[in-house]
Write a protein that binds this ligand. Structure first.
Ligand SMILES: C[S@@+](CC[C@H](N)C(=O)[O-])C[C@H]1O[C@@H](n2cnc3c(N)ncnc32)[C@H](O)[C@@H]1O
Length: 232
C-alpha cells in the first residue's frame, strides 16, 4: 500500500484504497504522479495534499474558471502543480512558503510540465505578503481562488485577508480542517505536537460556520477540507 493511504480520514483503508485506485490515480496527470512519487520518501511527505482532495480541487478550479490564484503553503508543490495544470496558460499563481528548499524538490517536474511561467513563488511568511497585496487597491476582489495549507494558527487571519482579495463568487479552500480526526477527540487523547493547532482548527471551524460572508462545505477528503465560496 502506498504511503498516501495513511492520509485519509475514512475509517476503511480498503475503501480509501478503492477510491484512489478506481477514480483518482488512473486520472491523475503524469507530472502530478511524478511529483507525488518524488515526495513519497521525503521525511515530511504526509504534508502533501491528498490526491483525492486534489482531484476535487482541480475540478473546483475549473468550475470557477480560475485564472488568478493564491497558494499559502507549497511544500514540494503537489497542490501548486495541480493548480498550475488546472488554470489557463495565461493564469497566475502567487505561491508563498517560508521554505524554498522543499519547493525545489518539485520544481524540475513543474518546469518539465511547462507551467512554471504561471507561478510567482515568494519565499516568505504568508501574512506580510497578503498585507502587501492589500496595499494595492487593484488587488481587491481580483483573485478567483485561494488555497490555504500552512500554519493553522493563522487560518482566521488568512481568511479575513483573502476575503478582501478573492472576488465574490470565488473560492477559498482551507486544508486540514479535521486535523487528523482529532477535532472530536478529548484533548488528553491527542498527541502533544497536535494539540495547539487542534485548538486553532476547532476555533476556526466554529467561527467560520457562522460567517455569513461565505457559503461553506467541510468535506471529509484528505485531512478535511473546508471549501468557502465568497458571497458578499
Ligand atoms: C502542509 S504543507 C503544504 C503542502 C502543499 N500544499 C502540498 O500540496 O504539498 C505546509 C507548508 O507551509 C509552510 N509554512 C508554514 N508556515 C508558514 C507561513 N507562516 N507562511 C508561509 N508558509 C508557511 C511550510 O514550510 C510547509 O511547506
Amino acid at each position: 500500500m502506498e504511503k498516501t493511504m495513511r492520509k485519509g480520514l475514512l475509517q476503511s483503508i480498503d475503501l480509501y484504497e478503492y477510491i484512489l485506485e478506481t477514480s483518482v490515480y488512473p486520472r491523475e496527470p503524469a507530472p502530478l504522479k511524478q511529483l507525488r512519487i518524488a515526495t513519497a520518501n521525503h521525511p515530511w511527505f504526509v504534508m502533501s495534499t491528498a490526491p483525492d482532495a486534489g482531484q476535487l480541487m482541480g475540478m473546483l478550479l475549473k468550475l470557477v474558471n480560475a485564472k488568478k490564484t493564491i497558494e499559502i503553503g507549497v511544500y514540494t508543490g503537489y497542490s501548486l502543480l495541480l493548480t498550475a495544470l488546472s488554470i489557463p496558460d495565461d493564469g497566475k499563481i502567487i505561491a508563498m512558503d517560508i521554505n524554498r528548499e522543499t519547493y525545489e524538490i518539485g520544481l524540475p517536474i513543474i518546469r518539465k510540465a511547462g507551467v512554471e511561467h504561471k507561478i510567482n513563488f515568494i519565499e516568505s511568511q504568508a501574512l506580510p505578503v497578503l498585507d502587501k497585496l492589500l496595499q494595492n487597491k487593484e488587488n481587491e476582489g481580483s483573485f478567483d481562488f485561494a488555497f490555504v495549507d500552512a500554519d493553522k494558527d493563522n487560518y482566521w487571519n488568512y481568511h479575513e485577508r483573502l476575503l478582501k482579495l478573492v472576488k465574490v463568487g470565488g473560492l477559498i479552500i482551507f486544508d486540514n480542517t479535521l486535523w487528523g480526526g482529532t477535532v472530536t477527540q478529548p484533548e488528553e487523547a491527542v498527541s502533544e505536537h497536535r494539540r495547539v493547532s487542534r485548538g486553532f482548527i476547532i476555533e476556526f471551524n466554529k467561527t467560520i460556520s457562522t460567517d455569513h460572508r461565505v457559503e461553506i462545505s467541510l468535506t471529509p477528503l484528505g485531512d478535511g477540507m473546508t471549501i468557502c465560496r465568497r458571497i458578499c
